[in-house]
Design a protein around this ligand. Structure first.
Ligand code: HEC
Length: 162
């Protein structure tokens, strides 16, 4: 574990002790998830928007995203994003954009939400010196991150854990 990772974990635990009675202290700091990276089409752009949203291999990407999500995010945000975790629900990030009829406005709205998602995850959430969420940039590739976002945008899986 790197020094930075240790510091981030300590931050997360400090918050947790106060707010969630030790829940996250037992969780590991950001570790690269185990998945077959070859299953994800390479991404050239960084945070310009989810490149997999309309991808022909979306079904596979959603499966990989689900696996990455459950390894890296579920402990705080809930298994299969079921809203039962102590951290905010993630399926709603940018969901309202889908209701915008104007195509170009909708696409700008989704772009903003994607940018917010990318930045939140890669840089983590630190407020007033307290780490609410550690940064994931050392552990996640942009491909893995966008696969998670694609999973979160898909309907909840039928066999999702309650
Ligand atoms: C250690 C617990 C923890 C883990 C693990 C974690 N998060 Fe978070 N996350 C949080 C907390 C707490 C917040 C709320 C931070 C705040 O108050 O702004 C948050 C916020 C977010 C937000 C912003 C949500 C919003 O509505 O503003 C996104 C996006 C996010 N997390 C994605 C992820 C993803 C993707 C993963 C897995 C790669 C992940 N998180 C792993 C604790 C965690």
């Amino acid at each position: 574990m790197s020094m930075t990772a240790r510091r981030l974990l300590r931050g997360a635990c400090a918050l947790t002790m106060a707010a969630w009675a030790g829940f996250v202290c037992a969780t590991p700091s950001p570790m690269p998830p185990v998945f077959d990276a070859a299953l994800l089409p390479p991404v050239t752009a960084g945070m310009e928007g989810n490149p997999y949203r309309h991808h022909p291999d979306r079904a596979v990407i959603v499966q990989v995203g689900r696996s990455v999500y459950n390894q890296s995010c579920a402990v705080c945000h809930g298994a299969d994003a079921n809203r039962l975790g102590p951290a905010p629900a993630l399926r709603i990030v940018g969901r309202f954009c889908q209701r915008i009829a104007d195509v170009s406005l909708r696409s700008r709205c989704q772009g903003d939400a994607d940018h917010y998602f990318y930045k939140s995850v890669m840089e983590g959430k630190v407020k007033l010196g307290v780490t609410h969420m550690p940064a994931w940039r050392e552990a996640l590739t942009p491909e893995a991150l966008w696969a998670v976002r694609t999973f979160l945008e898909a309907p909840a899986p039928a066999d999702a854990r309650p």
